[in-house]
Write a protein that binds this ligand. Structure first.
Ligand code: AVJ
Length: 338
């Protein structure tokens, strides 16, 4: 039996219909300039390479966010308050999620939302096993397309003397960086509507991990590491196209490129063709000039002011930001007015 759907996050990308990998590749490689969606990085090898990236000396975001959660989870939990329903965007088997759940007072439930049913199952079952009292409700969905989550059962609430559940969306990992500012505003606005829904519950919030603007050389090193792990991660997209879409990309004719663009405050990741060549994939052919780029990813960086402004524009009136002494990374709790 499906429980009643209490909350719905509206789709933030109604203009983008669901497309297959093949359709996205044909569309992206036929575009001018060429581009490919970054979500296709994460096949098995891509996910393993990303895990290696997070352990690189040059790649500061993961360890810095983790340290921030270790240091500040108690303060974050105190600000969220008792009886929270935690909705996590992206699969949440991670240490960061546990640090939050460990500190929250009697959370009402935990709802991991992930596009991959497999990630979701393993995340949900490992959290459920380790938090016996917690109601875990996995939702398989692409959160950029909107989703609905089941209403928590009133009996799972701590007690009627406690404040009623409030919904907190946890969006860690600076995945927000993959969204342009306009799309990030749409997503945050949808989240604000989502956590503010339901008259009988208190306004909730958004706990967001975001990367901070910093000197260009440090950013470029983080996205173009000495061991070439990020290069392998980026170029693996071509390997995946070869394997899954009958492609004939010659890997030695392409190279990784990572560029800091201060205007839009983002890293731009490209695959550059090093020669004139004709490539086939998904039943089409694509001409590359020497030096021609495929845009594969944006990774937007924020300042404390720019993230506050974005959250406020989305409807979050209160913000508390935790950052490390070097201001490499930020964790923000953005709340609606009570
Ligand atoms: C997973 C989107 C947070 O932007 O830093 C890392 C992805 N790309 N190195 C990031 C990524 C190249 C990562 N995010």
């Amino acid at each position: 039996m499906m429980p009643s759907m209490a909350r719905e996050l509206p789709a933030i990308a109604p203009q983008s219909e669901e497309r297959s990998f093949a359709e996205d590749v044909v569309l992206g490689l036929s575009s001018e300039p060429k581009k490919l969606p970054c979500k296709y990085f994460y096949d098995a090898r891509g996910s393993a390479l990303f895990d290696r990236i997070t352990e690189l000396d040059e790649y500061y975001p993961t360890r810095t966010e983790l340290a921030l959660m270790r240091a500040h989870a108690p303060a974050i939990a105190a600000k969220i308050g008792a009886g929270a329903l935690v909705v996590e965007l992206g699969s949440g088997s991670s240490v960061k999620t546990r640090l939050l759940l460990d500190e929250l007072e009697l959370p009402t439930g935990y709802v991991p939302v992930d596009i991959s049913a497999e990630h979701l199952r393993s995340a949900a079952s490992s959290i459920a096993a380790d938090y016996p009292g917690l109601e875990v409700t996995p939702v398989a969905a692409d959160f950029t397309r909107g989703f609905a989550i089941p209403k928590p059962r009133p009996s799972t609430r701590p007690s009627n003397k406690q404040p009623p559940a409030r919904c907190v969306v946890y969006f860690p990992g600076s995945t927000i960086g993959n969204f342009t500012r306009a799309r990030a505003l749409e997503l945050l606005s949808a989240i604000a509507a989502f956590v503010g829904a339901d008259g009988d519950e208190r306004p909730g919030g958004l706990l967001l991990g975001f990367d901070l603007v910093k000197p260009a050389d440090m950013l470029v090193r983080a996205y173009d590491d000495a061991q070439g792990v990020t290069s392998a991660f980026n170029l693996n997209l071509l390997t995946r196209i070869n394997r899954e879409l009958d492609g004939d990309f010659e890997l030695d004719g392409f190279e990784h490129r990572a560029v800091w663009e201060p205007g839009p405050a983002r890293m731009e990741i490209f695959i550059r063709s090093t020669r004139d060549q004709l490539v086939h994939a998904a039943g089409h052919s694509y001409r590359f000039a020497a030096g021609e780029d495929i845009l594969t990813e944006y990774s937007h960086k924020y300042t404390l002011d720019s993230i506050r402004a974005l959250a406020r524009e989305a409807g979050f009136e209160r913000s508390t930001i935790w950052t490390d002494p070097d201001e490499l990374f930020g964790v923000g709790l953005f709340q609606l007015a009570d």
